[in-house]
Design a binder for this molecule. Structure first.
Ligand code: PMT
Length: 399
């Protein structure tokens, strides 16, 4: 009964998977949630409102213009009462409505009026799911903080085989629980996370840098804070908002990151280094902007401090997690870095794969440990990858 007293709005849309929403409803009510169902008109072609009304003993929200709601503003009231809104199954059309903010049915009006967390579980044919228009709409929703529960791979109603099957109901329930009741398994721990690129200046206006957006590191910081850790985020330049409850130290160069990390090291239990630190910097920085005619054609470089290698030397009982962005011999190269830097875990991204690595919302990683084990994590949003890494950190902290 871990969802006791939680008020959940369940949006059901016009997919063949609509019948699974009844079982989802049962799983949620079994956990103590109070569920209000909202159906799109298309959903009623697959399942009847009567079934949901019988299961919830409440009228289904369906028709914005119904006389039943004439004495109050139904969509506003429903959205204000809810602790969470879940749309399962969510069709391509409803996802587009939510992404565009089209308030043309009860469900999309509720979404616009709501201030509660939203979980969306898409279900459709695989070609529709992979279409850039659909993926762009999902990205918009993710960027707004909507939790997307990726559909599964498998045979589809169309006869095709691919990604598009509504996710397992247990995974949807887990996502809802994860949003409403994040585990507090990192409570009392201090976790330092580094994120983003570093910039190594040539003169006051030019620098050497890389493509890191900071998304991976910020996702780790956000997830660790949600799990109860005190999080110190040492961030290179990014355009991202600081996650709630996270203390941030902004740095620019590898040297500044080195100093910021070392200054906080003594208080930390865990360091997770998602930053893409420049390995080299210009040997000389001009104090004033170099003129075109003065601009050097060759830049002499010198190595930056290897922060993680230094942490490996001062390791003690601290847990150290590194990242490796690789294109060739991913596992072998990541393993060498794990050993050389004396790490507990190494997260290897194969950045040659679509959807993985720099400036993507998703990542495809393998988590390596010193015992030679490799955990293969499927392509997931970076926030979910962050939780998979933190599951491993939490297990190491328990030892
Ligand atoms: O920021 P995003 O756009 O979301 O992209 C995510 C990411 C690809 C940047 C991230 O997931 C990632 O892989 N970061 C590490 C990039 C990398 O290749 O690091 P590296 O192989 O150069 O270094 C290995 C480890 O040593 C890293 O943890 C790095 O932070 C650390 N390091 C490296 C050099 C240095 N001078 N000091 C360090 O601490």
């Amino acid at each position: 009964m871990n969802l006791q007293g939680k008020r959940i709005l369940l949006g059901v849309t016009g997919s063949i998977a609509a019948y699974k929403a009844m079982e989802l409803l049962r799983l949620l009510t079994k956990r103590g949630a109070e569920v209000q169902v909202v159906m799109t008109e298309a959903a009623t072609k697959f399942v009847t409102p009567l079934t949901f009304e019988t299961l919830t003993r409440q009228p289904v929200l369906l028709d914005m213009w119904s006389l039943a709601y004439s004495h109050r503003i139904g969509h506003i009231e429903a959205s204000q009462r809810a602790d969470l809104c879940v749309v399962a199954p969510a069709t391509a059309r409803t996802i587009a409505r939510l992404a565009l903010g089209l308030a043309d049915d009860f469900l999309s009006c509720i979404y616009l009026a709501s201030r509660c967390p939203v979980v969306v579980a898409p279900a459709m044919d695989c070609d529709m799911y992979e279409h850039p228009a659909l993926q762009e709409n999902l990205k918009r929703l993710r960027d707004r903080g909507v939790r997307i529960v990726e559909p599964d791979l498998g045979p589809l109603a169309s006869g095709l085989v691919g990604r598009g099957r509504l996710a397992e109901l247990a995974d949807i329930v887990a996502a809802i629980e994860g949003v409403l009741l994040p585990v507090q398994d990192l409570e009392g721990r201090i976790i330092l996370v580094t994120a983003g690129p570093t910039r190594e200046p040539l003169d006051p206006v030019r620098y050497l840098s890389n493509r890191s957006s900071g998304k991976m590191g910020y996702a780790v910081a956000e997830a660790a804070a949600a799990r109860g850790a005190r999080v110190i985020l040492v961030s290179g330049p990014t355009a991202l908002p600081v996650p709630p409850g996270v203390d941030v130290i902004h740095v620019e160069t590898a040297q500044e990151m080195y100093e910021a990390v070392l200054a906080k090291l003594a208080m930390t239990h865990v360091v997770i280094k998602a930053a893409a630190v420049a390995d080299y910097r210009p040997k000389q920085k001009a104090e004033r902007k170099l003129k075109k005619e003065q601009t050097v054609r060759e830049i002499a470089l010198e190595p930056t401090p290897d922060i993680l290698a230094e942490l490996g030397r001062q390791k003690g009982h601290r847990i150290l997690v590194g990242f490796a962005a690789e294109t060739d011999d991913v596992v072998a190269n990541a393993r060498k870095k794990l050993q050389r830097k004396n790490l507990d875990l190494m997260v290897a991204n194969d950045v040659s794969q679509p959807g993985a690595g720099f400036d993507t919302d998703t990542n495809l990683v393998k988590i390596l440990d010193p015992q030679g084990n490799i955990e293969e994590v499927p392509l997931l949003p970076k926030r979910q990858v962050a939780d998979r890494i933190l599951d491993r950190v939490a297990a190491l902290l328990k030892k």
